[in-house]
Write a protein that binds this ligand. Structure first.
Ligand code: PRX
Length: 668
């Protein structure tokens, strides 16, 4: 497991600026340790006090943590509450109806602001509209929307009536959408006519039509369509409803339905190492609690901050740190429709300067791409923009290389803003390991220490903790409120994927390798230990891509591996065996392009392999196991040094290496 090997320790450290520490939510390491000790001494009390004080309950909970059916845990049983009430009504009651909730910037730069009062009214109207369509408590609604105020309204409206939403990223294909609609058993779908990204209009409704025509979606009674561009779309009478017409005459108030603490707020699909994407099910109370607590701890949110998380609502970061966290915390946030490179790669810096963003949260892949752009075009270098409003920077989604961290710290943060590297996952609901900006000394490339109450550890393959300085598997020893509750419709997969018997059955296995610094105990994540790839911070299973490839009529067999990439972190390399003779020259190039597009239409453009290589068979052991290690070496352009004596067909390595020379180097 290469990802578990030790790395050269990083010794640069950055102390929290004194001015920052003075006013921080958690001020200094003593305060951090006090919180950790409080959780250690009285685990349930620690969470219970915060759940009681920070959330609005319709009925108070009677139990804190029920582990009787572990690993299926229940938090705050007996209590009822509503997520939308907590995110909106509370602020109205506190006199903040006029506070701006969302500053939406469209792809073309048009800006719309909406207050908490207005957002509340719109959420209520759509909630009433959904009720009119027959959507009820416990029903599932799929949301396939662009980044928009309406996307957030849709999520909040579902939460308001107790419907469980499942947001599907707008870049997924019709087939991926259909699979999710079927698996989650959606009764309604909310979408837009089109989405606009980087100056281009892209279809959404047409993909919905295609997905629903694939079958298995008979439960979908209604498709609500937000008119984003007015572009040409097909219309299915009796099923399709314009969002604007549905909400037009609805009252601007709608009672928020109190639901059980454990009621599924959402299901979000993510890739695992085997089979189809898993529907990660999150609850209401524990999830909201952690969304709010991490806004305060990790981002040190203050009432006059302007928060901007650049994620899409189709991913968990867009759930916790756009649709729920900032709203429950009563923050003002920027919501951005477009892409960082349009109209040029200064867009993020320009937006920070124009809106006076104070907390900026993005992914290392975006920073890497923008560094490249800034280095080649001085006009869009961050020093051309006034970034003095910033006071905190965050990163998420993949390891951040120390040099990228340094660039971000220096060029964007002006060496004054703490860079908060947040490690977490779709399954964890919110940050798990991250520095606290007013307390933790920062080390580039390390996510530092677990948040208070999170009992993270590193173990070997039998579940025994390893000493600091030695790599191993990242686990969490005790359940925490915002953790995944189950995999939708597949509790056994939940148990085996996250609580494997080999580790004793009671440790949450994150699926990442990690190492703790010998002296500081700081955590550094070394990457996935399973067959999950991380391309531009997007999580994808190699099996999913392999299945898509073999679904092509010409493909007999395929193996997919990741290889390091300067910008996207990892890139997808596909090794393909055709049902016909080896192609060469232009024919090979044409097939490569066809296969890439094929994967794009099977899964979505984010899954397109960066390179495709052809061979007459895959390198397998005599027992038939594909030797992925060898494929990784080939993809990396390395000489194959591993022992190949157990290979059935060693000559194939030569073939795949040569195939890369003739194809990928031409930039296909
Ligand atoms: O491998 C880790 C990586 O992203 C995975 C989780 O992906 P996903 O569920 O899509 O959620 C991404 C946004 C929370 C993890 O298993 N990852 C996430 N954050 C970091 C990271 N790797 C290193 N450092 C991080 N800060």
């Amino acid at each position: 497991m290469s990802s578990m090997e030790s790395k050269i320790p990083e010794h640069r450290a950055f102390h929290p600026p004194a001015s920052f520490a003075r006013n921080a939510e958690v001020a200094g390491m003593d305060a951090y340790h006090a919180l950790c000790n409080e959780a250690e001494r009285d685990y349930e009390g620690f969470w219970s006090r915060r759940a009681r004080d920070l959330l609005h309950w319709s009925k108070p909970f009677t139990t804190v943590l029920d582990e009787s059916d572990a690993p299926f845990c229940r938090w705050f049983d007996g209590g009822t509450l509503n997520a939308s009430y907590n995110c909106l009504d509370r602020h109205l009651k506190n006199g903040n109806a006029q506070k701006v909730a969302l500053i939406f910037e469209a792809d073309d730069g048009a800006v719309t602001q909406i207050t908490y009062g207005e957002l509340h009214a719109r959420v209520c109207q759509l909630a009433n509209g959904l009720k009119e369509l027959g959507v009820r408590l416990g029903d599932r609604v799929v949301i396939y929307m662009p980044m928009s105020i309406e996307g957030i309204v849709a999520m909040q409206a579902c939460a308001r009536i107790g419907a469980t939403h499942s947001v599907v990223f707008g870049g997924f294909s019709a087939k991926s959408l259909q699979e999710r609609v079927v698996d989650v058993g959606a009764v309604a779908l909310i979408t837009a006519d089109q989405q606009v990204r980087g100056g281009k209009n892209l279809p959404l409704k047409a993909i919905v039509d295609e997905a629903l025509a694939m079958g298995g979606c008979a439960a979908v009674r209604a498709v609500v369509v937000y008119r984003r561009t007015g572009g040409q779309i097909e219309w299915v009478e009796g099923r399709d409803r314009w969002m604007s017409e549905l909400v037009a005459n609805q009252p601007q108030s709608c009672d928020a339905e109190p639901v059980d603490a454990e009621h599924p707020l959402f299901v979000l699909y993510t890739s695992g190492s085997t089979g189809k994407p898993k529907g990660v099910q999150h609850c209401t109370a524990g999830y909201l609690l952690w969304a709010l607590m991490t806004m305060q701890w990790t981002f040190d949110l203050k009432p006059d901050d302007l928060f901007w998380c650049t994620a899409d609502i189709g991913w968990v970061t867009g759930h916790t740190y756009i649709a729920y966290g900032p709203l429950i915390a009563g923050a003002t946030q920027v919501v951005f429709e477009g892409v960082p490179s349009y109209p040029d790669s200064g867009r993020f810096w320009d937006m920070i300067a124009r809106h006076k963003v104070s907390i900026f949260y993005t992914a290392p892949t975006a920073i890497r791409a923008l560094i490249k752009a800034a280095e080649t075009n001085a006009d869009i270098h961050p020093k051309q923009y006034d970034l003095s409003s910033l006071r905190l920077l965050g990163t998420v989604g993949e390891p951040i290389n120390p040099e990228v961290w340094m660039w971000y710290h220096r060029n964007i943060g002006g060496e004054r803003c703490p860079v908060i590297d947040t490690f977490w996952q779709t399954e964890t609901g919110g940050h798990l390991i991250a520095p606290l900006p007013g307390a933790t000394d920062l080390v580039p490339g390390s996510c530092t220490l677990p948040l208070p109450g999170i009992q993270a550890a590193i173990v070997d393959e039998s579940g025994v903790e390893v000493p600091n300085g030695q790599g191993g598997l990242l686990v969490v020893k005790r359940p925490w409120p915002s953790m995944i509750r189950t995999i939708w419709g597949d509790p056994e997969r939940f148990r085996s994927a996250y609580f494997p018997a080999e580790l004793g059955g009671n440790l949450y296995l994150a699926g990442d390798g990690a190492i703790r610094d010998e002296f500081t105990g700081y955590f550094t994540i070394t990457g996935r230990i399973d067959d999950v790839l991380n391309v531009s911070g997007h999580r994808m299973g190699t099996m999913e891509i392999e299945s898509a490839l073999v679904a092509h009529p010409l493909v007999a067999e395929a193996a997919v591996v990741g290889r390091p990439d300067d910008v996207t972190g990892e890139a997808i390399s596909a090794f393909v065996v055709l049902k016909r003779s080896l192609p060469s020259g232009d024919e090979a190039l044409q097939l490569i392009s066809e296969l890439r597009n094929w994967v794009g239409s099977e899964i979505g453009p984010i899954a397109k392999p960066k390179e495709v290589r052809f061979g007459e068979s895959l390198p397998k052991t005599r027992s038939g196991k594909i030797m992925r290690r060898l494929l990784r070496s080939i993809a990396n352009g390395e000489e194959v040094k591993q022992d190949t004596s157990t290979l059935e067909n060693p000559a194939i390595l030569e073939q795949f290496s040569a195939s890369g020379d003739s194809t990928s180097s031409r930039g296909v």
